[in-house]
Design a protein around this ligand. Structure first.
Ligand code: AHR
Length: 659
C-alpha cells in the first residue's frame, strides 16, 4: 500500500514537471536544407576593442608596473571623465618612498634632463642618509600578482649623481620579504638602460617592486618595467595570456581597435595618433584618454597588429577624421588647410601595415620585428561621429586620398549616432565599402528589432554593427542579443561584420556598466553575453537555409516577426556537412519545438547540442564565474524530431546531413 502511494506521488510529479504533458508552448519548425537564401559573411563575428575600463594598461598589456615613467597628471576634461580618480592623478601614483635602517630620502619628479623628448618626467631620489637602503616601490594595480617559479624581465633607466652605488631591484611582499632581486651595475650621471631577470621564490597577490640604493647624492629613475616572461604566444612586450586567450576563444574574424571614443579624443590634443604608439616603448609619447586615465601606449598599433595575427583576426584600425568627440562640447576640428597631416596618418598607416621594409613606415614595422606585411585590408574612418558640418566636410577628403593611393583598401565609414544612422546617406554617396552603426539599447529593443535588416537596401555600403549591447550582463540581456544575432545571420549578405562592445573591464577600474569580459589582476570571468557571442561565432555556418516557424495558426517565414516567441537561425556548415539550428527562447516558458528537415537524403540520428540557460536575471561573477555557461549534450535527431527549449535559453543543434 505504502509502495503504491509512493508511485502515485512520483507519477503526479512527473505529470506536473513534464512540459510535454501540461502544454508547453509549441512551435513547428521546417528547415529546407536544399533552399539556401544567402551566403553568410565569413567575417560576421569579430571583436571591438577599446582602451576603456583599463583594458590596456592594468589589463591586456602584461606590464605589472603602474605609471612606469612618472607621467601621470590630473586630468581635467571634466565633462568626459567617468573615473573618479582622474582629478587626483599625479606623477607618483602607485609609487611610495622606501627608507630602511635609518635611511632618509626625498622624492621629486623632475624634467631637467629627460630621457627623451616624449618621456619628459623622471624620478629624482635625493639621498639624505642612505641607512640600509633608500628608494621607492611600486604597487602596480592594487598590488602585483606574482607566481612562484615564474621569471620576470626587469627593465629600467637609471643615472647616479655624486656616487655610483648600484640599485637593488627586488620583488617583495608588502612587508618587505624578498622573493628575488637583481642589481644594476656601473651607473653614472648619463642615463643607462639596465635589464635583468628576477625569478619569484613565492607566489603573492600583493607584491611590490622595490628599487633601493645606498651612498650619497641622487638617483634618477625612469621607465621602470616588470614584465612576466610568460605572455600570450611568448611575445616580448606582450599580452596577459588568460585575457588574450579569452579573446582568441571567441574565434573572431576581425579586431576593431583602438576604440571607441578614445579614437577621436576628448579634444584634438588627446586624439589617438597611432604614430605615437610604435617604436621603442621608452620613446613612445604617452597619452591620456577620454575615459579619464593614462595610457602608456606600451600596447600600441604594432602590438594590436600582432594580436590580430596571433588570433587569426583581420585588423580593423579606426582613425580619427580631424574632429574631436562630439559628446564633449564644444567639439574641436582641424582646419581644412591643416587636415593633410591627419590624412597622412591614414596613408602612412597603410604603409606601416603593408609597405615593403624599404618604405619609410614599412621600415619601422620591420625594425620592430615584422618584415612581412600585416596584410591590412580594411580601414575605419572615424568612430561614431556626430552629424556635424565639420564631419561631413572632412571625411570625403580622407576617402578621396585613400582611394587614390590605395584603391584596394576597403574603407569602413560611420553611420553616426544610434540606430537612426544619420550619416548613412553620406556613406552611400561616398560609396564606402561598409558603414559602421552603433547602439546601446534596452533588451526589449533587440527583441523588437531583430527584423531590422530584413528590409535593408541591398545596394550601397554593407553594414558593420561596430558597437552594440543591451546595457547589462544578465542572461536575459544575452538572449535578447542572441535574437538580434539570429536576425543578422538571416541578413548576413548585407550585415558584413558585427561586434559587441565594450570587450574588457577591470572590476576595480570600470567606466562602463555592461561589458563582455571582466577581470582583476589574477582572474577572469566571462558574461552570459560572452557565451552568446562565442556560440554564434563558433557555429556560424556558410549559408542561410530557408525556414518556416508555425506558432499555432501563425506561419512565419525565416522567423521574421517581432511576435516570435522562438527565434531561429538555420545555416549550413558546408565543410562539416552539418545543419546548424540556433534556437533562442527568451521567454519564461518552456517551448516544445517539432523540427522537420526538408530537402535532405540522410539525416544523422543524433544531434550535438549546446545549451545556455538559467535564471532570467542570472549573471556570472568572480565568485560564480560559470553560473551561466554552455552545457554540451546530445539528443535524438532525424528527419523529424522534437526539441525542448527550456525557459530563457539558447540551444544550438548540429545535425549531420547528406543532401
Ligand atoms: O563602447 C563604449 C563607447 O560607446 C565607445 O567609446 C563609443 O564609441 C560609444 O559611445
Amino acid at each position: 500500500m505504502k509502495f503504491y502511494a509512493q508511485w502515485k506521488v512520483i507519477l503526479i510529479l512527473v505529470l506536473l514537471l513534464n512540459p510535454y504533458l501540461w502544454g508547453a508552448h509549441q512551435v513547428n519548425i521546417n528547415v529546407y536544407a536544399d533552399q539556401p537564401t544567402i551566403k553568410i559573411s565569413p567575417k560576421l563575428y569579430g571583436l571591438f576593442y577599446e582602451d576603456i575600463n583599463f583594458s590596456a594598461d592594468g589589463g591586456l598589456y602584461a606590464e605589472l608596473i603602474q605609471n612606469r615613467s612618472f607621467e601621470y597628471f590630473a586630468l581635467d576634461c571634466r565633462e568626459a571623465l567617468s573615473d573618479r580618480r582622474s582629478l587626483e592623478y599625479h606623477p607618483l601614483v602607485a609609487w611610495e618612498k622606501v627608507e630602511r635602517g635609518g635611511g632618509r630620502c626625498h622624492l621629486k619628479v623632475e624634467r631637467t634632463v629627460p630621457l627623451n623628448r616624449n618621456n619628459q618626467n623622471y624620478l629624482a631620489i635625493y639621498i639624505g642618509e642612505s641607512g640600509s637602503g633608500v628608494g621607492v616601490r611600486n604597487s602596480g594595480y592594487d598590488g602585483i600578482a606574482i607566481d612562484r617559479g615564474a621569471s620576470y624581465d626587469v627593465s629600467l633607466y637609471a643615472a647616479r649623481w655624486e656616487g655610483n652605488e648600484p640599485v637593488t631591484v627586488a620583488l617583495e611582499s608588502e612587508d618587505g620579504k624578498v622573493y628575488g632581486s637583481m642589481t644594476t651595475q656601473n651607473l653614472s650621471s648619463d642615463w643607462k638602460h639596465c635589464q635583468g631577470v628576477i625569478k619569484a621564490s613565492q607566489s603573492d597577490d600583493n607584491a611590490r617592486l622595490t628599487l633601493t640604493t645606498t651612498g650619497k647624492g641622487k638617483l634618477y629613475l625612469d621607465m621602470v618595467s616588470l614584465f612576466p616572461q610568460k605572455t600570450f604566444k611568448d611575445r616580448k612586450n606582450g599580452l596577459r595570456p588568460d585575457l588574450a586567450q579569452s579573446l582568441a576563444d571567441l574565434n573572431p574574424s576581425f579586431l576593431r581597435f583602438p576604440g571607441g571614443c578614445i579614437t577621436h579624443g576628448c579634444s584634438l590634443q588627446n586624439a589617438y595618433r597611432w604614430k605615437d604608439t610604435v617604436g621603442d616603448v621608452a620613446q613612445r609619447r604617452p597619452n591620456w584618454n577620454r575615459w579619464g586615465y593614462h595610457q602608456s601606449y606600451g600596447l600600441g598599433f604594432y602590438e594590436y597588429f600582432l594580436l590580430c595575427e596571433d588570433i587569426g583576426a583581420a585588423p580593423l584600425p579606426v582613425l580619427p577624421v580631424g574632429v574631436s568627440c562630439g559628446y564633449n562640447k564644444p567639439y574641436q576640428y582641424v582646419p581644412i588647410d591643416e587636415l593633410q597631416e591627419w590624412i597622412d596618418d591614414a596613408l602612412d598607416l597603410i604603409e606601416f601595415a603593408n609597405g615593403s621594409p624599404d618604405s619609410t613606415w614599412g621600415k619601422v614595422r620591420a625594425e620592430m620585428g615584422h618584415p612581412a606585411p600585416f596584410e591590412l585590408e580594411y580601414l575605419c574612418l572615424g568612430n561614431e561621429e556626430h552629424d556635424t558640418p565639420e564631419v561631413r566636410e572632412r571625411i570625403p577628403y580622407f576617402v578621396k586620398a585613400i582611394r587614390k593611393a590605395y584603391p584596394k583598401i576597403k574603407i569602413i565609414g560611420t553611420s553616426g549616432l544610434s540606430e537612426h544612422k544619420p550619416l548613412y546617406p553620406l556613406m552611400r554617396e561616398l560609396e564606402v565599402y561598409s558603414s559602421d552603426e552603433h547602439y546601446y539599447n534596452a533588451p526589449e529593443w533587440y527583441l523588437e528589432n531583430h527584423t531590422r535588416f530584413d528590409g535593408f537596401q541591398r545596394k550601397g555600403p554593407k553594414i558593420f554593427v561596430g558597437e552594440y549591447a543591451s546595457r547589462d550582463n544578465t542572461l536575459f540581456n544575452a538572449l535578447a542579443e542572441a535574437t538580434y544575432l539570429a536576425g543578422m545571420e538571416r541578413n548576413a549578405d548585407i550585415v558584413d561584420m558585427a561586434c559587441y562592445a565594450p570587450l574588457l573591464a577591470h572590476v576595480n577600474y570600470r567606466q562602463w556598466g555592461a561589458n563582455l569580459i571582466f577581470f582583476d589582476k589574477r582572474k577572469v570571468f566571462k558574461t552570459p553575453n560572452y557565451y552568446v557571442q562565442q556560440l554564434f561565432s563558433q557555429n556560424r555556418g556558410d549559408v542561410y537555409l530557408k525556414n518556416v516557424i508555425k506558432h499555432g495558426a501563425e506561419k512565419l517565414e525565416n522567423s521574421q516577426s517581432s511576435m516570435s516567441r522562438v527565434f531561429l537561425s538555420s545555416t549550413l556548415d558546408e565543410e562539416a556537412n552539418e545543419l546548424i539550428l540556433k534556437l533562442v527562447n527568451p521567454s519564461e516558458q518552456d517551448v516544445r519545438a517539432r523540427v522537420q528537415l526538408e530537402g535532405v537524403r540522410k539525416v544523422a540520428s543524433q544531434a550535438r547540442v549546446i545549451v545556455l540557460s538559467g535564471d532570467k536575471r542570472g549573471r556570472n561573477s568572480m565568485e560564480t564565474p560559470e553560473q551561466i555557461s554552455p552545457q554540451v549534450t546530445t539528443q535524438a535527431a532525424g528527419r523529424q524530431f522534437e526539441c525542448l527549449l527550456p525557459p530563457m535559453s539558447l540551444k544550438i543543434l548540429r545535425v549531420g546531413i547528406n543532401q
